[in-house]
Design a protein around this ligand. Sequence first.
Ligand code: 5GP
Length: 201
Amino acid sequence: MIKGRVYIISGPSGSGKDTVMKKVFEREPNLAFSISSITRAMRPGEVEGEKYNFISRERFEEMIANDELLEHNVFVGNYYGTPKAPVLKCIENGQDMLIEVDVNGAVQIREKMPEVISIFVLPPSLEVLKKRLTGRGTDAQEVIDKRLNEALREIACAKDYDYIVVNDDLEQAVNDFVSILKIDKFKTDRNIELINKILNK
Ligand code: 5GP
């Protein structure tokens, strides 16, 4: 069986990464999503087991100690991590999987799985990013500045990714993302088993 591919998606707050991702899954129903384990409190509207498993710090630290995580990071005082077993099972079964991680998580996954394909979602410009982060205009300037600095720190890591998707027009960004998934199917390393099969190896 040909192994599935792991794709990483990252992008700062204000890049519209979540919306792009949601639409990509509508277009690619066979693409699996890695549900992260996290220790922050559930926000209104979030559903246990949909995007995240909400777990205790004790359980998270146990997962670290037992080497159950592919990567993990602390973000604004909470743990975020990718459970290893579901990812390995998925790709062994020949299914592709998308993992959403921050830039630190991406570094850890690349070290363990050099064959991953990483995609960074960028806002089209600094002006648009600022506008998106300002949102409804209810946040204090200090909070907005903090988010902007964090976003710029993440964008500085975009050059380490395999592909960049600019989210200016949403439909275009989704098309671009899906094109990357499609073109990747033709990469030689994804077709070695087919070549060997034809050669009867
Ligand atoms: P939020 O709390 O807003 O849902 O997510 C905060 C940050 O954590 C976002 O940058 C998001 O991409 C990142 N994140 C989500 N899941 C994971 C994960 O499993 N591992 C890591 N390292 N970061 C994650």
